[in-house]
Design a protein around this ligand. Structure first.
Ligand code: BTN
Length: 268
């Protein structure tokens, strides 16, 4: 059975039969880039492009995404017509964390949607979208999961701690099974975004790193912002209590933990 057929099969077995087009290529430059092309050509919602490896995998904030064989590289097309479209990245993060949990791996989400296990990144999500006069035209959610890739060789190419489901799970899951989990859980949370968006924010909080109240730095396009993590709001924006006083809503950026300003103050 080829991998697309295996994915259709895995989706059907978990009661999430897929009717939209689904492709699985051996190697692509970037599944997001291919699916964005399809989106512009009018592909239907829930179209999926997967690859067994990528030569030009892209991450958030201009990073590259190392994409050797052994990882899941999946992009799915959404055409949301509801107001809470800004929560799609969080919903995708929850779907990935829930899928990891199905294999006994408790991943924690770092805003907006990095999935970490014991500080090592196991999955990342790149969400890209286009809007027209009528609103959001399409959203492509790109998911990369380190399934059976070797974290040590990945760490040599990226300057951060990396792990894989293979290393963290009791059993090595088939990549198609991981893909089916991500798609099925994303579909559930996407429905929730329309009917009850607050439930997505709550689900995200429940799986987030316990960094609330701690001092962090966020690298944004406008520069660094430093302060204590207060919460996320109903739109998915990060709320920071700034070192210099006042509160800031941050819409995108890369969060890292910092030492407390006053070492004698106890942070929880
Ligand atoms: C990140 O954490 O920086 C996001 C990584 C997203 C990687 C995935 S792999 C499938 C899709 N295609 C890409 O080029 N990127 C995303």
């Amino acid at each position: 059975m080829d991998r697309a057929a295996a994915l259709y099969d895995a989706l059907g077995r978990r009661g999430a039969a897929w009717t939209a087009p689904l492709e699985w290529s051996e190697t692509l430059p970037s599944t997001n880039d291919v699916l964005k092309g399809y989106a512009r050509d009018g592909a239907p919602e829930w179209s999926v492009v997967c690859a067994s490896a990528q030569t030009g995998g892209r991450g958030r904030e201009g990073h590259t995404w190392a994409s050797p064989p052994g990882g899941l590289y999946l992009s799915v097309l959404l055409r949301p017509e509801f107001a809470s479209v800004g929560l799609v990245p969080l919903a995708a993060g929850v779907a990935v964390a829930e899928t990891a949990a199905e294999f006994g791996v408790e991943a924690e989400l770092k805003w907006p949607n990095d999935a970490l296990v014991r500080g090592g990144k196991v999955a990342g999500i790149l969400t890209e979208s286009a809007s027209g006069a009528a609103g959001v035209d399409w959203v492509v959610v790109g998911v990369g999961v380190n399934v059976v890739v070797d974290p040590v060789s990945l760490e040599a190419t990226v300057s951060r701690s990396v792990t894989s489901l293979h290393l963290e799970a009791d059993q090595v899951p088939a990549i198609e099974t991981v893909a089916a989990g991500v798609l099925a859980r994303l579909r559930v949370w996407y429905d929730a975004l329309e009917s009850h968006p607050a439930s997505v924010v709550d689900a995200w909080r429940a799986r987030s790193l316990p960094w609330w109240g701690r001092r962090v730095q966020v690298r944004t396009a406008q520069g660094f912002v430093r302060g204590k993590l207060n919460d996320i709001d109903e739109t998915g924006a990060l709320l920071l209590d700034l070192d210099e006083g006042g509160r800031r809503r941050v819409l995108s950026g890369e969060v890292t933990q910092l030492r407390p300003l006053d070492p004698s103050s106890r942070e929880t």
